[in-house]
Every structure is written in C-alpha cells, then in structure tokens.
Ligand binder design. Structure first.
Ligand SMILES: Cc1cc2nc3c(=O)[nH]c(=O)nc-3n(C[C@H](O)[C@H](O)[C@H](O)COP(=O)(O)OP(=O)(O)OC[C@H]3O[C@@H](n4cnc5c(N)ncnc54)[C@H](O)[C@@H]3O)c2cc1C
Length: 376
C-alpha cells in the first residue's frame, strides 16, 4: 500500500519481500476492513473487487448467557466494515504495482539494513544466490512481527510494552457457506468463540484454547462439538459444518514499540505493534501507519520539510494505543481467564449486558470497531 501511495505522488520505491508472490497472495489471515481502509482502497482506485466480492457488514452479534445481541454499527456510527480477505487486498495491491512496472523483489533472503543514521541508508539482500544492495533515502520496515527492522532501533531509545494472554485461538478454515450473515463474538463458560467468514465458500472460525495445545489433539468431530457447545442457540440456530482444510493455534499478545523511527528507518504495521485479533485491528493499523508515512514523504519531497516525518511515531501511536486498548478490552470481556473469580465472571457479564443494552456503551464499542473513535 505504501509503495502504491508513493507511486501516486511520483515517488519511487522498491519492495523487498522474503516470501514469493504466490505465498503472500495465498496466506489467509485478516479479513475485517474498517471503514477508513475501505475508503482508502476506493480512493486509490483499488476498491472494485472489494466492493464486488467482499461482504459489507453493518453490524455483528455478541453472544452470551444463552442469547445473541446485535451491535448495529451503521445505526450507531453511520459506518460499516467489509469482510474481504487480507490476501485479496494483497493481490489487488501487487497487481497494481506490477501493472505500473514497479520493482518488487520477491523471494529474497539474508536482508540486512545499513547506514540508517546517514542520509543514504541501504538494504542488502540475496536474490537468486546473488548479493544485491539498494541505496535509498529512507527504509520503511513493514516486515511484520518476525522481521529484522524493529531490532535495528537500539534498545536504548526504544520502549517496548507487552501483555501476554494466558490463552490462544484455535483457528479453522472450512469449506462451507456462512453460518450467519454477520460475525458472532461469543462469550461462553467453555471459552470464547468467533464465527467469521472469508468468502461465500470459505469460513473462518476460532475458539479459545490453551496456547500450548497441539492441533493433533483436535479431531474434526471434537472441534465441531466444541464450537456447537459455545455458539449454538436454544432457538435451533447452529453453526454450519463443512470440510475443515486448515487448523492452527495462534498465541495472543498485545505489543507496542513506542519508538517507531530511528534515523532514516520507519516501522509500520506488525513490525511496531501487535494486537490480539479480537478487535480485528491488525491490518487496519498497518494501513493507517503507511497512510501517515505517505503524507510525511510527500511533504519531504514536495516541500523539503521533515516535520511530518519527525512526528511520525507520535502521530501514529495515538491511533495505535486506542486500538491496543480496544483490542485488550474486547479480549478481556469475552475470554475465560483460568484465575478469574466468580466476581470477575459477573463483571464480564455485566459489561456485556451494558454494551448491548445502553446505546451510549454500544456506540463506544461500535465507533472503535469501525475505526472512527476520536483520539487527541
Ligand atoms: C491467523 C491470523 C488472523 C488475523 N486476523 C485478523 C483480522 O481479522 N483482522 C485484522 O485486522 N488483523 C488480523 N490479523 C493480523 C494481520 O494479519 C496483521 O496485523 C497484518 O498482516 C500486519 O501487516 P504487516 O504488513 O504489518 O505485516 P505482515 O502481513 O506480517 O507482512 C510482513 C511481510 O514481511 C515479510 N518479511 C519478514 N521479514 C522479512 C525480511 N527480513 N526481509 C524481507 N521481507 C520480510 C514477510 O514475509 C511478510 O510478508 C490476523 C493475523 C493472523 C496471523
């Protein structure tokens, strides 16, 4: 996205990616696009497939205490979300960059960063067995939570904030029609569950599990029985079963690197911050970071000023901390904690009852979910 935004401003960039194009275009990950992300894709001319193939959701359900309650995002905020898989967004972006003859280096290895505190930093990497080097004005580390960029910021100037959760999500991908028109977030005595979708034929479902558990312990029958126990309703509504073609367990953590820049290096997306997926914020935060960076680079090249770039961390972190809080809050409200006392269980239920009964509380949830919560 950053490469595309820069191209629209006449600024050249090179994208360096360790995986192949086929790999990044087929890895199924996030799927909830906030209003701002949808709007941006339209503004940059890449919204057609999302509008045609994505599913516009004007609300979602919270399930607890044996009942389901709808959060009407559209009525509460005037905004919606679109469920359109992250790898489809990537296909649209890569397609646009390839059509514009951009330099995209896929399948590289041994990436290393040099001269970040000079005005001409460089990136070295190996492609097809050959060492290559790109000397540039800026390096943007969009290399995810396992990349190399964050560690290039000295620990002496970086403050890392982290919260590890004592549970994980067991995720499955299923060949089936959607179980429900909208997403269902369920709090149940057996643990959290999420009924989500990726396309009309592929459904994404999750349930809370022990992060040290193994997918081998979970037969398809055991998975369905757990999901039925957590989300089926007394009125006869049941989760729709299908062929499970992927199972995985993801750990849950909140993380922020409070400095997102150092010299000529800027971090964006998961390289700088992680949210538990309960708030569906990951891809949206990454997009928001690069939108801020694109404005900073525009100012630098058009006006010769560093002001926006110098304030990048400060500007981006406002939105990031809001999303961190929201994701932590949703996670805390909906999951079972092993050490939770009966009092804490009642606190969760009371909070859920409040956010589904009070228009003010529901609006607070909804404006965070669609990405329109105010920050100063
Ligand atoms: C199972 C799962 C479900 C999720 N669901 C949601 C959801 O519903 N909603 C949501 O908003 N978010 C969700 N997320 C989070 C979301 O996918 C991430 O926040 C998002 O991908 C972050 O984008 P990014 O570009 O910062 O990092 P990434 O998507 O991780 O991209 C980083 C890229 O850098 C490459 N790379 C790494 N190291 C190097 C290197 N040294 N040299 C070159 N290239 C390198 C990697 O190959 C990778 O392609 C989910 C994540 C997972 C894993």
């Amino acid at each position: 996205m950053l490469s595309h935004l820069l191209h629209m401003q006449g600024i050249d960039s090179v994208v360096i990616e360790s995986r192949t194009r086929e790999q990044i275009e087929s890895t199924i990950r996030a799927g909830v696009l906030e209003q701002g992300t949808m709007d941006l894709l339209h503004e940059v001319g890449l919204g057609q497939r999302m509008a045609a193939e994505g599913a516009l959701h004007t609300g979602f359900d919270l399930s607890f205490n044996g009942g389901r309650h709808r959060i009407d995002l559209k009525a509460l905020t005037g905004h919606s979300i679109t469920v359109y898989a992250q790898h489809e967004v990537i296909k649209d972006l890569v397609g646009a960059r390839v059509s514009a003859n951009a330099q995209l280096e896929f399948g590289v290895s041994d990436t290393s960063l040099h001269g970040l505190d000079t005005e001409s930093p460089s990136i070295r990497y190996v492609k097809n067995g050959e060492v290559r080097e790109i000397v540039c004005d800026f390096v943007v580390g969009c290399d995810g939570s396992q990349g190399i960029s964050r560690s290039a910021i000295p620990e002496s100037v970086r403050m890392d904030y982290q919260r590890l959760y004592p549970f994980g999500w067991f995720g499955i991908l299923v060949e089936a029609p959607p179980s429900s028109d909208e997403l269902i977030y369920a709090r149940h005595e057996r643990g959290f569950a999420l009924i989500s979708t990726r396309s009309p034929n592929v459904q994404r479902m999750y349930f809370q599990c022990d992060p040290k558990d193994s997918v081998e312990n979970w037969s398809d029958d055991r998975i369905w029985s757990e999901l039925h126990a957590r989300v089926d309703q007394a009125d006869g509504w049941k989760v729709t079963e299908g062929k499970i073609f992927q199972k995985n367990i993801v750990g849950m953590r909140s993380f922020v690197s409070s400095v997102m820049q150092h010299g000529r290096l800027y971090l964006a997306g998961d390289a700088a911050h992680i949210v538990p997926p309960t708030g569906a914020k990951g891809i949206n935060l990454a997009i928001n970071d690069v939108l801020i960076l694109a404005e900073g680079f525009k100012q630098f090249y058009r006006e010769g000023k560093n002001e926006s770039l110098d304030r990048y961390s400060e500007t981006a972190l406002k939105r990031i901390w809001r999303a961190e809080h929201f994701s932590w809050w949703m996670t805390s409200m909906l999951h079972q904690f092993d050490d939770a006392s009966p009092f804490q269980q009642q606190m969760q239920l009371s909070e859920l009852a409040y956010v589904t009964a009070s228009r003010a509380a529901a609006t607070a949830l909804a404006e965070n979910y669609v990405g329109k919560a105010a920050v100063h």
